[in-house]
Design a protein around this ligand. Sequence first.
Ligand code: FEO
Ligand code: CA
Ligand code: CA
Ligand code: CA
Length: 675
Amino acid sequence: MTQQQTPVMIDHQDGDEPLSNHSDNTTFQQVFEKRMSRRSLMKGSLGTAAMLGFFAGSGYSGLAHAGSNRHSPLIGFEAIPVDASDRVTLPKGYVHQVILPWGEPISGNLPAFDPLTNSGEDQAHQVGSHHDGMHFFPIEGQDPYQGSSEDGLLVMNHEYVEPRFMHASAQGQALSRSAVPVKGDGTRNADEVLKELHGHGVSIVRMKKQADGQWAIEADPRNRRVHGLTEMEISGPVRGTDFVKTRFSPEGTRTRGTLNNCAHGVTPWNTYLAAEENWAGYFINHAEQPREQSRYGVAKEGSGRYGWELADSGDDRFVRFDVTPKAGSATEDYRNEVNGFGWMVEIDPFNPDARPVKRTALGRFAHEGVVFQPAVEGQPVVCYSGDDARFEYIYKYVSAQPYFKATAGGHLLDNGTLYVARFNEDGSGEWLPLVFGMGPLTPENGFNSQADVLVNTRSAADAVGATKMDRPEWGAVDPKTREVYFTLTNNSRRTEADAANPRVENNWGQIIRWREQDDQVTAKAFEWNLFVLAGPESDSDLAGQHLDGGNIFNSPDGLWFDPDSRLWIQTDMSESVVNTGPWEQFGNNVMLAADPVNNVIRRFLVGPVGQEITGVITTPDQKTMFVNVQHPGATTTPEQFAAGELSSHWPHDGSPYPRSATLVIRREDDGVIGS
Ligand code: FEO
Ligand code: CA
Ligand code: CA
Ligand code: CA
């Protein structure tokens, strides 16, 4: 049929973390430096040390010893060494099982996995690729953290796909991890496009522990895929506005699909939120772009990230990725299609008939994920979300209505106040409201409604003077103290730091934390400091000490507090640098456990070649942990791919290509994970 003639390709390289902030607000690095110099501290790590652990009256001590060997009442395993081999390693006494690899059938007629023959339709009934944020919902369906530890709905994001591993037409071609095969006439095979769209999104799978201790899929009508074509509602202030009117939804109330779902969130009312992170590059606009496109990095030349708009069928589901105005009005073309992306998407895993809902009140940006403060009866719902691009911001949402368990639901995410963070030099911080009519968010400055503020969240945050950060990734809330931690993964393009500051050209990243003023989660002010400056032994800082062989790490990304306030840290060294140059000493990407009170961090898990570790949750009894391994083998070069020589074959299941998959981790003695 669609013979590949004179094969060519589209290759946007590693375009998934676009630099698109053109505002000139104070950067986090500038604040950090000023604060350092103002305090006349010694340069280098000593100065850094003095900045760490300054929460007045807290248990943190900047003078305490730090490291991987120091005693911790929370962490009972021995740190494992770095590793660069194509396997999963865990501490002594821990074992793992691999479940739900990309392509595992979960619904429909259960199409068996075969990457070379599976159709686009098959992929809609199989686990997606590039596993990311994840939650285990106990099967009772009442509470996201209480209930069965042996039976539940495992829900996970699939951030993106690696097309060369998906299509027979790619075989033998020198394709990079981001390239797609294109036909000789410049179009793309429509079924390949369909397969890639279906490979994105979310999987909902009932998993049950078997008599032999292994976990297996349980047939269930709730097993399903949400993907790049699933119909969704748009809710909140942007619903029904001109910003989201399209040929598909002239009334501006619906859109199709969710894309680039990185991390997630879990609501207090037992639903799942999938974040839309690097969605902008999937769209192309050849004409002049409005700020709601240009400020986010919509493609300007060539094609969208995967060239979906080039599908040879001309199908409406695919042409919408070209948002160049083509007709006389917005309801006749797809000029507004991209405004339907960049949101948090709420999914009820227990109700397959409920349409997913894009909650626009939480803002539009490269949402890494969202994390909630524990809900309190009669108090507003509070959550935080990072915008993962260089020099972007951290946000907080406070619902207008209070939370009552009996009536709580997604409506609490439709009406509230979105704030953006300013980190002051003296360790104080402010939440700046992004409310139409307040401060600079007025028509004189180009903001004409709350929908306008939300569709252009980044521009609004620029206007109010938020602090530019080093790529905010996941956040986590300590269940005992309510302090909030966020990973800032790295930012090699930061040029304005002075040479004495270890974070100039920040290749390693750090973890920041804050406490809301007077411990009121709705506060408009907070106190902040840095928990750890990641990096090698010579350039890292944990409470005044360097990291050591048992805990050096860099590029923190995934972050989660378990119920005991153990902090789990996952790393994402880019596949373009991992195992090379100064990154070589760190081996493959890992997960570590931290005791932030006693300043202990220990390496817990090392993943296989070419992947990142992302997504972590335990069952309520904390005896089973689920962890995702994303994009093993992504370090395979185009030449190696053409020659059939892959850098990884993990999980070594005999399939022709490596596969993202989920690890089920338990202790041989059935104890609490990490303790
Ligand atoms: Fe998808 Fe920011 O990691
Ligand atoms: Ca991530
Ligand atoms: Ca990544
Ligand atoms: Ca990342």
